[in-house]
Write a protein that binds this ligand. Structure first.
Ligand SMILES: C[S@@+](CC[C@H](N)C(=O)[O-])C[C@H]1O[C@@H](n2cnc3c(N)ncnc32)[C@H](O)[C@@H]1O
Length: 253
């Protein structure tokens, strides 16, 4: 695929601030890569975007084919992984353009929910070797933390039925219903990020789910959050996250 495919989730406007988003818990990425049982697994990283997960895979010895439909996200990803064992491709999870049976591991870092998941799972099973592994993961903010609770309240004041959709749902049913994978292992690894307030506020500007649901209210919500956080009068805040993932062996392994 050479020209950018049309996708339902357009990250063009979010790309510039996306790199400020927190990294995944190291232990979660370790567990996914260790499942391959190899020192240099061949990995297809789908919806690789700005390379948030790709850089972690490269740091663990993986040889990566990164697939990303969006030009703005991909160009940041290419820059961030310059010199690494990675080749970038234009494509989508439903049609990667990658060779059949070529990969030990196929990863979706915060990108599984933006695909047509059953179709993406079929494509994943096609490009995996036997044995081979599928993994999808996200960073969930701990919404029980007092600061995060207040921010949720600010959002809900303008979007009363705000929801996180598929990214906070159990992915096991769709994986099992595909009939292509063994029952998945769930990964939950907590991680506390001490972040610079300005970086954290910038990261909100790359929040695809909020942008999509807020519509014309997006800027007002960001202003509410900016005001609230600045009123705390601190330069840094602690933000608790849990990296949540599903790891499944392809059938026939
Ligand atoms: C939330 S970002 C995740 C970026 C990165 N993988 C990470 O771990 O942070 C989702 C990415 O999926 C891409 N995307 C959108 N639709 C897609 C599709 N159908 N297949 C694969 N990727 C898609 C977006 O362009 C975006 O770069």
């Amino acid at each position: 695929m050479t020209s950018s495919p049309k996708v339902d989730w357009d990250y063009t406007k979010l790309a510039a601030t996306y790199t400020q988003r927190p990294p995944y818990a190291a232990r979660a990425v370790d567990r996914i890569v260790e499942a391959c049982g190899q020192s240099q697994p061949k990995v297809a990283d789908i919806g690789a975007g700005n390379a948030h997960l790709t850089v972690e895979l490269l740091a663990r010895g993986c040889v990566v084919d990164a697939v990303e439909p969006n030009d703005a996200m991909r160009s940041i990803g290419i820059e961030r992984t310059d010199g690494g064992a990675v080749t970038w491709h234009v494509g989508v999870g439903e049609d990667t353009g990658l060779p059949a049976g070529g990969y030990d591991l196929v990863t979706f870092g915060s990108s599984f929910a933006v695909t047509d998941r059953p179709v993406a799972l079929r494509e994943t099973a096609r490009i995996l070797r036997r044995p081979g592994w599928f993994a999808c993961l996200w960073n969930h903010r701990d919404l029980d933390d007092p600061l995060q609770r207040d921010i949720e309240a600010l959002i809900r004041r303008r979007i009363p039925d705000y929801g996180y959709g598929l990214r906070r749902e159990d992915q096991a049913p769709v994986i099992e219903e595909s009939g292509l994978f063994e029952p998945p292992t769930v990964i939950r690894e907590p991680i506390l990020h001490r972040v610079n307030v300005e970086d954290w506020l910038a990261a909100w500007r790359s929040h695809g789910i909020l942008e999509r649901q807020a519509g014309a209210e997006f800027d007002s919500i960001l202003t509410d959050i900016d005001r609230y956080v600045h009123a705390l009068g601190v330069d840094e805040i602690d933000v608790p996250y849990v990296t949540v993932g599903w790891l499944a062996a392809v059938r026939g392994s």
